[in-house]
Design a binder for this molecule. Sequence first.
Ligand code: CAA
Length: 382
Amino acid sequence: MNFQLTEEQIMIQQAARDYAQRELIQDVIERDEKAIYPTEHIRNLAELGFLGMLVDPRYDGGGMDTVSYVLAMEELSKVDSSVGVIISVNNSLVCFGLEKYGTEEQKEKFLKPLARGEVTGAFLLSEPGAGSDATSQQTKAIDMGDHYLVNGVKNWITNGHTASVYLLIAQTDPAKGHHGINALIVDRHADGITVGPHENKMGMRSSDTHSVQFTDVKVPKENRIGEDGFGFKFAMKTLEGGRIGIASQALGIASGAYELACKYAMERKTFGKPIIRHQAIAFKLADMATEIEAARFLCMKAAWLKDQGQPYGIASAMAKQYAADMAMRVTTEAVQIHGGYGYVKEYHVERLMRDAKLTQIYEGTSEIQKIVVSRAIESGDV
Ligand code: CAA
């Protein structure tokens, strides 16, 4: 077992840390408060290679491994997890889905601009009535011979407004259940697409979350990913990697809050000594440090399995569930350690606590991850 990072991994970690601590920190409070999309930061991070960091250089990506991706996601999300989720969806859902399952033509046309970070992508699975229960797709993609005709509504779509490329999951043949679902690449500016208003969220307020309505949208047949009926498996396989991204994001949120809490606990004095010398606070910090380290190992294990070409779906479910729930606990304690200061915006920890909540919900709730893990226990895979 080797816990040593390579020089390249350390460089990527440092580059993400530098950008987050130097640039993202400056306007993160204002962007959260006013729910402003981080346009310029995404452009800068694209230039630094973070938007398509996992994609093979043949398709204009950075060719980095998943361990590097975990490190970068942690550093960016320590400061700004809205930026974290924009990058995560682009890399580990959209780019990964296209690179792994798309045709050469699809990669040439859609993946390359995404990997270069010239455009972003969105993953459209959730619906008003199909969130955790993802097989209940109501959006229809009717086979019209040379194209699909799409009607329906998707909900909670990260990058919903700003993306240029949609990966859409929709039902073609309801009689076949989930075997009748397809995954389609859709031009976000196609006729018949209406993007709903920006969702006024509790946390991750500067990420771009919308509903998207499809009314008689024509999607060329060559934009289907994989064989007819592959769409649900495509979504599940793609989410396995997406969950490593969100687990690392949760890890970053927690370690960001923890670092702030440590700094505060060493500076703030009560009863004549820094509050870290009070056991009530010291033990909180010790628990936080240990839980963060445990989550880091789970994220790294899932990433390492993926990089080795081994199955990683169960490891990513474990990492996401543990890291997300841990982030909620750790950020809540970070607010508590800060006392009244933790409850106001300038100290950052209240924002991190609000952001942590979403990691327990999207890309499969914590409860869904437990379904994945418990089914694996039953089948003997755990
Ligand atoms: N890999 C490959 N195939 C898989 C799979 C996996 N990981 N998981 C399930 N499948 C296959 C099954 O084998 C089965 O296929 P067959 O019938 O051919 O054997 C089919 O999918 C259906 O599987 P289940 O019977 O297990 O389906 P289920 O209805 O019980 O649901 C579930 C399984 C794990 C709960 C799934 O519905 C799920 O993951 N739900 C959560 C959805 C989710 O994560 N949504 C997030 C939205 S995306 C998002 O948030 C992006 C964003 O913008 C941030």
